[in-house]
Design a protein around this ligand. Structure first.
Ligand code: TYM
Length: 327
């Protein structure tokens, strides 16, 4: 069985972008792959976090994983900080990475732009991400478009290690959805939909109540035309809404074009909102059940145990090859 690994930062609200770009694929891959899905709390602290918020957001994200349908009997669900091998291999990967390649990372450039002091953790962030993936010898890494560059670096580091110390790591492949690998902001189709956008109208949070979703969709920016047609160059806003529609409904882009031919944006947006609501409402119900059941801690304990077994084995092999005296 092919191995799959991915992670999400517990920083703020999860959006429809996170779901379409990554989480939806987590759920689909768990049936016929050996899956490891983490909450990357150690990555989250590369920018300042309020301790109480971090704890709450971490539990919230695990709750969402379960509510979306990730099954702890099929996939290992765990916190990055519960498996110390991540920090340890993260350090070793840092020693293998070059300043120049870390400086080229667009996520680093975006997050550090205009800041007077930039945390060192933010800079070496991709080395920890490489460790996350390589510890499990993952074949596939389901992520959105914005993580492709980090995946490329992970592949380079894996090759570099294998060349220097002998064949050790499997070189992972990125796995992005065909439609919606980059969901854009509802108020500006040149920016990706992001939980860190200060305007909540720019994103749909997975836990937004139905009426909020309806309001946000009705206010989403469109062009001044009325043709529901997929054309990212000339109609980026409508194309983005169509991607969301396709991923929520299961219809193809062509089917959506045919369905709304000659109808203008009003009906399309109204029905898009209903598609999103009927996707998210049952997830929200399950989420509240999961959070009140207290099941999260058992799931995390089981997941961390399963993950540590593989991770510790890889780490031991790496340390042996690098010349550490094993304890
Ligand atoms: P993070 O927490 O920023 O985002 C989680 C996942 O959601 C995807 N995503 C999107 N996809 C489509 N459209 C959007 N607007 C959108 N916004 C977010 C991201 O691509 C990502 O897949 N570095 C990672 C976390 C990480 C990781 C890993 C991922 C740490 N270690 C190992 C995979 C494997 C991050 O910051 O994702």
């Amino acid at each position: 069985m092919k191995r799959v690994l991915s992670g999400i930062q517990p920083s703020g609200k999860m959006t429809l972008g996170n779901y379409i770009g990554a989480m939806k694929n987590f759920v689909e891959l768990q049936d016929d792959h050996r899956c490891y899905f983490m909450v990357v709390d150690m990555h989250a602290v590369t920018v300042p976090q309020e301790p109480e918020d971090l704890r709450e957001q971490t539990e919230m994200l695990v709750g969402l994983y379960l509510a979306l349908g990730l099954n702890p009997d099929r996939a290992s669900i765990f916190l990055q900080s519960h498996v110390p091998a991540h920090a340890e291999l993260g350090w070793l990967m840092t020693t293998l990475a070059y300043m120049g390649e870390l400086e080229r990372m667009t996520q680093f450039k975006d997050k550090s732009r205009g800041k007077e002091s930039i945390g060192a953790g933010l800079f070496v962030y991709p080395a920890l991400m490489a460790a996350d993936i390589l510890l499990y010898n993952a074949d596939l890494v389901p992520v959105g478009d914005d993580q492709k560059q980090h995946l490329e670096l992970t592949r380079d580091l894996a090759h570099r290690f294998n060349q220097r110390y002998g064949e050790t790591f499997r070189v992972p492949e990125v796995f992005t959805p065909e439609i919606g690998a980059r969901i854009m902001s509802l108020d500006d189709a040149s920016k990706k939909m992001s939980k860190s956008n200060p305007n909540p109208g720019s994103y749909i949070a997975l836990l937004d109540p139905p009426d909020t979703i309806r309001k946000k969709v009705s206010r989403a920016v469109t062009d001044s035309g009325r043709e529901v047609r997929f054309d990212t160059a000339n109609k980026p806003e409508v194309s983005n809404l169509m991607s969301i529609y396709a991923q929520c409904s299961g219809l193809s882009l062509q089917e959506i074009e045919a369905k709304y031919e000659g109808q203008g944006y009003g009906t399309f947006k109204k029905e898009l909102a209903e598609q999103i609501v009927s996707l998210l409402e049952p997830i929200q119900e399950r989420y509240h059940e999961v959070r009140s059941s207290g099941a999260i801690h058992d799931v995390l304990k089981k997941g961390a145990g399963e993950a540590a077994e593989i991770a510790n084995e890889t780490l031991r092999e790496v340390k042996q090859k690098m010349g550490f005296v094993l304890g």
